[in-house]
Design a protein around this ligand. Sequence first.
Ligand SMILES: [Ca+2]
Ligand SMILES: [Ca+2]
Ligand SMILES: [Ca+2]
Length: 145
Amino acid sequence: MFAFPNSGSGRAHGYVLEWEGDAVLGPTTGSDILSGGDGSDILFGTDGIQDTFLFLSGETGIDEINNLTVAENDAIDISDLLTGYTGADSDINDFVRFTNSGANSLLQVDANGTTGGENFVTIAQVNGVNDLDAAALLHSGGIIV
Ligand SMILES: [Ca+2]
Ligand SMILES: [Ca+2]
Ligand SMILES: [Ca+2]
């Protein structure tokens, strides 16, 4: 367990860990897969190596992603979450979107796309990054579906 001081004033002003949440730090060499599991976790990619932030179906909480660096081919793997995504026949924008939230971005997923209407759920917050584009990230390998 990795404890940060609780600022008492909310997520925007410090790290607030829920009881079941973990801080997950990548290694300093090689490539890495970071997976928070249940709870609201804080994931830290590593500068200079390729990180994959992995989200699995059924996990609870909203994780924070730190140090997502597109130039390092850091990627967000949501392939386990999506149902009905068929590649060329599907529009990634029906399944994944990013919404600016202050200096950060919220990663929102509609696991079944247009099926059942639009029901995006926030699964993560990407810290320190704005204006992420799902289609561009998919094209560059930054989203694994
Ligand atoms: Ca989690
Ligand atoms: Ca990295
Ligand atoms: Ca849907």
